[in-house]
Write a protein that binds this ligand. Sequence first.
Ligand code: OOG
Ligand code: MG
Length: 256
Amino acid sequence: MNHQAIAEMLRKAMLTGNPVTQISKTFPNFSLKDATKVQDLGFILAQEAGEILAGYKMGLTSRAKQRDVNVFEPIRGYMLRSSEIPKQGFINMKARIHPRVEPEVAIVLKHELRGPGVTLRDVLKALDGVYPALEIVDSRYEGFIFKLEDVVADNTSAAGFMVGRVNLMAQLDELNLLGITVRKNGAIVETGAPAAVLGDPLLSVMSLANSLGAESKGLPPGLVILTGGITQSVSFAKGDRIEVEWPQEVLSFTAE
Ligand code: OOG
Ligand code: MG
């Protein structure tokens, strides 16, 4: 199997909006190691096209999300600056396949974290900001169906993100039980609280730092870190209006 060709195929699917067959169907031996290699090659392709790293994301850190896609292990991916959606913005539906939105907690660090061995206390010491956020996921696989290895190769379906402006650092004690709603065209379709993410989204940052550390990579300050969907994701189509409401801030967009 040719990792580079797979990375190119997935990038093309992302750019054209034409989904592809799961890699694990074509190559039954496709391993997690292969998948990580494909994800890394995909990042190099993006950089060669002038893209810049905006941050990292954890995925499948809540039961709701794991059940959603029938994969029961947390995963890690990267986000590109070009995929950031401005607050109260519009989402261009061109080249989207079957996008979904999910509410998340975003974290920004002021110090690098370098695993292995990063603890929750290390994360707390390195915290600079905690923000309401949302992520757009759009699997490059037909039917939004995949195995663990497929979704890792596909950069964990990353397709866009929006970060709020209200820093919740001063309310860290209450963060886990803040009530969040997701509305589609005015109707509430999901409700949840950050505790759904591993009991505490900061544990997701700890896992991310340790998983990068296992590959001798640090988690640099200043990047956006998405900690994982709090609820099931919500599909949307052209014309839909999505609002993710936190007690402190509403994040919204219209799909055009
Ligand atoms: C996989 C990516 C999961 C999350 O927040 O759990 C993810 C998917 O649902 O397509 O981003
Ligand atoms: Mg996500």
